[in-house]
Design a protein around this ligand. Sequence first.
Ligand code: HEM
Length: 258
Amino acid sequence: MQNIRELQVYFKKMLEEHLTCLDKDDQRGYIDAFLVKQEEEKSDPNSFFHEDNLVSTLTTLFMAGTETTSSTIRWAISFMVQNPDIQKRVHEEIERVIGSAMPRIDHRKDMPYTNAVIHETQRFANILPMNLPRETTSDVVFQGYNLPKGTYVIPLLESVLYDKTQFEKPTSFYPEHFLDSKGQFVKKSAFMPFSAGRRICAGQTLAKMELFLFFTSLMQKFTFHPSPAKEFYVKPSFGLTIPPIAQEICCVSRTYIN
Ligand code: HEM
């Protein structure tokens, strides 16, 4: 998919296909539910349920929901290559809790170390350091500062994710940030890669499930090593979000899996 325009053309085509076999008593998902609502409200000129909004929300969901997760997984793999001891502990936990079964989301509560590694990946990778830009819709007084209506606001997530009053080793990859002394997972209020407040990431729950399932599935099947031919670096690149730079790595199949 080259750009937003191409994506929109693709979604418009998809809507036409959905319309040809739409059954309001057997809705297949978001698009069908939206189209049924659109039909119900077609006489209302102020309805939000029209084609432009459907294409726009689909484009937003697609763009917000793909690169974010894939960049985070790329960081997680990079951190595993860079930290073989941490990778080994994740493998051990997977062997103990999941074995060769297919990873499921209910495994997560029994996998504090892996969960901490994923949280630490999101904290340390910091893929949206400047969040999404926002604008005040009315005059606001925030902590003694006047922000007139129309003020451009860039909440710096990085300032929280790397806050040394909240994280013991903010500039290191340190999964223990999310573990207590007994090795149990602990939540941190400063863990804000999804932002906070009313405009917090709409896909947060889905993203957390995806990250756990994708990461454990990859780690169950592979051990990740640096390529013997090239030096391995963990460095940020550029993009809509911030992924790591592209690198050659070796993915060695884990033999205990049949
Ligand atoms: C690692 C994965 C993800 C991260 C780190 C992430 C992070 C964020 C952040 C920081 C925002 C801006 C919130 C704000 O303005 O305060 C955001 C917005 C949003 N995200 Fe995510 N996101 C992720 C995955 C997803 C997924 C999987 C979806 C859906 C499929 C999604 C859908 C959205 C949408 C629709 C918004 C806009 C919300 C709004 O403006 O009200 N995100 N995300």
